[in-house]
Design a protein around this ligand. Structure first.
Ligand code: 5CU
Length: 385
């Protein structure tokens, strides 16, 4: 990395290892990889909002995104890191992880791919000592919550570079307020493995209307609004169900600055305080949420800084409490949001996130250094470069 800028730690940076790519190549429902006539690169089709476009693909703009080497190549990841002054990356499998396999009747069918992917990440980390860590993937199957146990155990023991797990908002199929998730949360709390919570589904297509469904607005509505709302709903359900009270040492890192949680936390709090049903339940001793959403945000939740602007960044810090600046960690979302024109080497999406930190907190300030580098080192127990 260049020496005149602070080193950056990127905690939100994805890859699809070789075995996952092979899996997607073999599929004909999403997630899948497919080639379209007239387009040299195969395309990666992931999102539920892309399904309507798959059955009738536009010849000029087929669904999905080009599967470039940025998604698959470790050399490309390292070159990206060097270009953007990133000294350490905490890699994770991108959405939708292994959720599409959870419909198989045999829970163990998830175990083998999960194990293989985690091994692939560990091998990558070993190739670049000190520069790479990863969030592992879990085999979450509705029929057998404990099938993740051997992997969780080996994350601490065998995978020296594993610093937590990435999961989606669906959990075992019924969200993160599902009582069956308690087994999973308990294992992660016990092993002090933070959850990196990341969206995949967005909001239902109908919310965005016919023109969006026909692809007229590209991915804008699902990614800018659907993804953050999905995270907000998932973590709010988790909070309302009392999961944070049950697992007070569980750490949850929310993608994209917590979705819209920083902006909506006070509204959630007010709705709780003024809800007749919850009030009655509490009076009858049938359950009380012990801590306010603010207290949870200040103690168990961490936010990434993938918000692209100063306003969102400051909201995320403020929502995270008096010492909120200690709870934000920089991310890029690489390899998503690449430059669209050839020859643009620096990624505009990364520049926006870096500038948000530098403008919001002051370039070179102690606070900016914390968000760009130091918080992640401390929270995720990384080796200082
Ligand atoms: O562009 C996209 O579809 C995505 C995605 O699927 N996941 C993500 O993390 N960012 C962007």
């Amino acid at each position: 990395p260049q020496t005149n800028k602070p080193n950056i730690v990127d905690i939100h940076t994805h890859m699809y290892p070789a075995s996952y790519i092979k899996l997607l190549e073999s599929r004909n429902t999403i997630p899948l990889i497919r080639s379209f006539p007239g387009h040299p690169e195969p395309r990666l089709v992931l999102l539920p909002s892309e399904v309507p476009l798959l059955s009738n693909p536009s010849p000029s703009h087929p669904p999905g995104r080009p599967l470039t080497e940025a998604y698959t190549s470790l050399d490309a990841k390292i070159a990206f890191m060097d270009k953007h002054n990133i000294s350490i990356s905490v890699l994770s499998l991108a959405n939708p992880w292994l959720e599409f396999l959870s419909t198989s009747p045999d829970p163990s069918s998830l175990l083998e791919p999960a194990l293989r992917i985690n091994v692939e990440f560990e091998v990558m980390c070993n190739q670049h000592p000190g520069r790479l860590y990863f969030f592992g993937v879990l085999p979450l199957h509705p029929e057998n919550t404990l099938c993740a146990l051997p992997l969780v155990l080996s994350m601490k023991m065998k995978f020296k570079h594993c610093r937590g797990v990435i999961i989606g908002t669906n959990g075992l199929g019924k969200g993160l307020d599902d009582p069956d998730m308690e087994d999973v949360f308990e294992m992660l709390e016990e092993d002090d493995l933070p959850i990196f919570l990341h969206p995949h589904y967005g909001l239902p297509n109908q919310v965005f209307g016919e023109r969006a469904e026909k692809g007229e607005y590209g991915h804008v509505l699902s990614l800018a609004l659907g993804f953050p709302m999905e995270t907000t709903v998932a973590v709010s359900r988790m909070y309302l169900s009392g999961m944070f009270d049950k697992f007070p040492k569980l750490k949850v890192i929310l993608a994209h600055g917590g979705g819209t949680l920083p902006f909506l936390a006070a509204r959630i709090e007010s709705c709780i305080r003024h809800d007749g049903y919850l009030h009655k339940k509490e009076k009858e001793g049938r359950g009380k949420i012990k801590r306010s959403i603010w207290e949870v945000l200040n103690s168990q939740v961490y936010l990434d800084a993938v918000v692209y602007g100063e306003v969102g960044l400051k909201a995320a810090i403020q929502a995270s409490g008096e010492r909120g600046v200690e709870r934000l960690m920089f991310g890029t979302d690489h390899p998503f949001f690449p430059p669209l024109e050839e020859g643009e080497e620096e990624w505009g999406s990364v520049v926006m996130n870096t500038e948000a930190v530098n403008k919001g907190l002051g370039e070179g300030s102690k606070e900016a250094r914390m968000v760009l580098e130091e918080n992640a080192i401390k929270i995720l127990n990384l080796e200082k470069p």
